[in-house]
Design a protein around this ligand. Structure first.
Ligand code: NDP
Length: 441
């Protein structure tokens, strides 16, 4: 904390992992003597750069670009790019740190990284976004490559941005390689990649429900966010017989008691992905739904205060605080699977673990996205594409295995059903052992 005093989210992510792995360190003194902890919290490399770009009126803007190359013990750095005004070094370090353990859990050979910019794509024209992406890649291109560091999307970086970034990389390097994932289907992308994070979070929750001999059939779910992860979580929930009754954006949330069905989901996808509008408009189209704007003075989020069986936070970090967690438990929710990264504050997690709710931390539950990114890398290397069914089947198997690994590890360390401990310990051991094997580097 003395070294990086202003990196609140990074400290939060590190504290959670350190608490979980204490028994591992006690059993394995070699991790301490090789300074694995001191090394694993220090990025292998941090790249920060200027991103100048010109808007449609000819005015010049300067944003800050980042890439955190956190850990390459088990594979090339891999992790998304986030474009959002809140982006800073501490947020990206937390995301890169989480990514190391998440990628380890996937069982695929991927190290951890994360990057992005404080650029806000909201309200910008396509041409402005393109010029920004080109300027960003002009610098980033010298640090990445298909065997070095393979970025993907995250908040504010979807298919459009990946296209512009890839186009510029290809032009500068004169090579067509799998340097980014989340690419378009007809130029190297993988089927199921857009769906993978949301689907994966639901597959993970299905595994948790199965431990109690339950399924999604006839259940009600709360979802937050309305971007990539939220949309496909809702799609899979509808398919498996659950009724999503909430979703949100940064301006407010929708409660639709009748539930989002296929037709309504198509409307949301068009609204968010094509028109780039706000969720408020859903309540104009479907008058049975209630829109509640964000109240900046409130100390809880009313989205989490509805009766339901399952919950899927899919917006952003720390969107569930202690009060929200208490509401979630009081409303009878039995399963919570994190589509977003670190959406629950530490006091919220404590309540979940004490409250008997089945709680899946993001680094396990949302690993489906990076898993299919890993599959996209394999397909690019083979110059071959798998069918939708093949990729979906592989995704299901990976999520099943992550669930099993977390569950067994939690049990092995005397904390049954504590998926947080299971994920942190299992993710850590694989990376730490690889670091031991590779010497002090
Ligand atoms: P998108 O940009 O597609 O959507 C993000 C959604 O969250 C939007 O509805 C957005 O609202 C809302 N949101 C973002 N920031 C805030 C905020 N500060 N307060 C309230 N709402 C906010 O991103 P993704 O769906 O890709 O990402 C969502 C989460 O999932 C993130 O935590 C991300 O790190 C995580 N994740 C994503 C993966 C992926 O494959 N895409 C993989 C693993 C994790 P608005 O439209 O108003 O901005």
């Amino acid at each position: 904390k003395n070294r990086d005093p202003n990196e609140r989210e990074f400290h939060q992510a590190v504290s959670e992992v350190l608490l979980s792995i204490k028994p591992v360190l006690d059993r394995n003194p070699e991790y301490r003597s090789a300074c694995i902890l001191e090394r694993i919290v220090e990025p292998e490399r941090v790249i920060m750069f200027r991103v100048p770009w010109v808007d449609d009126d000819g005015d010049v803007h300067v944003n800050r670009g980042f890439r955190i190359e956190m850990n390459s013990a088990i594979g090339p750095y891999k992790g998304g790019l986030r474009f959002h005004p809140s982006v800073n070094l501490g947020i990206l370090k937390f995301l890169a740190f989480e990514q190391v353990f998440k990628n380890s859990l996937t069982s695929l050979p991927m190290g951890g990284g994360k990057g992005g910019s404080d650029f806000d794509p909201k309200g910008k024209t396509d041409m402005e976004v393109m010029r920004f992406c080109q300027s960003f890649m002009m610098e980033l291109c010298r640090h990445i490559g298909p065997d070095t560091d393979v970025p993907a999307g995250d908040i504010g970086v979807g298919a459009r941005e990946i296209g512009y970034l890839f186009g510029m990389y290809k032009k500068i390097r004169n090579e067509f390689t799998g340097v980014l994932t989340g690419k378009g289907l007809n130029w190297g992308g993988s089927l199921i990649r857009p769906e993978a994070t949301g689907y994966g979070a639901v597959y993970f929750a299905a595994e948790m429900l199965a431990t109690k001999n339950k399924t999604f059939e006839g259940t009600t779910s709360l979802v937050s966010g309305s971007g990539n992860v939220a949309q496909f979580a809702m799609e899979k929930l509808v398919e498996l017989g659950s009724k999503p009754v909430t979703f949100s954006d940064s301006s407010g949330y929708i409660y639709d008691e009748r539930g989002v069905d296929r037709e309504k989901l198509d409307y949301i996808m068009n609204l968010k992905n094509v028109r780039r509008g706000r969720v408020r408009e859903y309540a104009d189209k479907y008058p049975e739904a209630v829109y509640t704007p964000v109240n900046p003075d409130s100390d809880f989020n009313p989205l989490w205060n509805h009766k339901a069986d399952c919950a899927f936070p899919c917006a952003t970090q720390n969107e569930i605080n202690g009060k929200d967690a208490a509401n979630i438990i009081a409303n009878g929710i039995k399963v919570l699977s994190e589509g977003a990264n670190m959406p629950t504050t530490p006091d919220g997690i404590d309540l979940f673990l004490d409250g008997g709710l089945l709680y899946a931390p993001g680094k396990a539950a949302n690993a489906g996205g990076v898993s299919v990114s890993g599959l996209e890398m394999s397909q690019n290397s083979m110059r071959h594409g798998w069918s939708r069914e093949e990729v979906d089947q592989k995704l299901k198997t990976i999520m099943k295995n992550i669930h099993k690994n977390c569950m067994e590890t939690a049990e092995q360390y005397g904390t049954p059903f504590n998926y947080m401990n299971g994920a942190n310990i299992a993710g850590f051991v694989k990376v730490a052992d690889a670091m031991l094997d590779q010497g002090i580097v």
